[in-house]
Design a protein around this ligand. Structure first.
Ligand code: 4NP
Length: 158
């Protein structure tokens, strides 16, 4: 059975599509891509259908990572479609938890902050780079990369 992982941020054009692309890249390198379904979504709907922010795509491309996904908003179906929902900040976490609570059936998905998989930071939130300078995108990618490595490690031992 495939493991199904959904990354969630606010707009689904910066942090969560980058996390999705980093995980896909790593899974491809490890030859594990067939065992996973990976996606991302936003709690907001402003950027539905759009490519990721060009600043994030460029920062990722400089590391050899291609971000191809298009923005979409999280839906109730996601709580039965995915095994693991990984959020970027406390706001996303609260929103996703309250959506899960609002479901009439219990949510199957485990909901966790992505940075709970990082062993290299005390941060519990991935900062939102949208209104910051270009450097913010690289910092976000650094944080995401370590957390994705931790996630893969966790999946492999459990
Ligand atoms: P993201 O960043 O949640 O990492 O995709 C944002 C993108 C857009 C907006 C906010 C955050 N916005 O307000 O449009």
């Amino acid at each position: 059975m495939k493991q199904r992982i959904l990354f969630v941020c606010l707009g689904n054009i910066c942090r969560s599509p980058a996390a999705e692309a980093l995980l896909l890249n790593k899974l491809e390198k490890l030859n594990l891509i067939d065992q996973f379904d990976v996606d991302s979504a936003g709690t907001g709907n402003w950027h539905v259908g759009k490519l990721a922010d060009s600043r994030m795509r460029e920062a990722a491309s400089n590391r050899g990572i291609s971000i191809k996904s298009r923005g979409r908003q999280i839906s109730f179906d996601d709580f039965s479609q995915f095994d693991l929902i990984l959020t970027m900040d406390n706001d996303n976490l609260k929103q996703v938890q309250s959506l899960a609570k609002a479901l009439s059936t219990t949510s199957k998905a485990k909901i966790k902050p992505l940075l709970s998989y990082s062993n290299q930071t005390d941060l519990i939130e991935v900062p939102d780079p949208y209104y910051g300078g270009d450097k913010g995108f690289d910092q976000v990618l650094d944080l995401l990369q370590v957390a994705i490595d931790g996630l893969i490690e966790d999946i492999r031992v459990n």
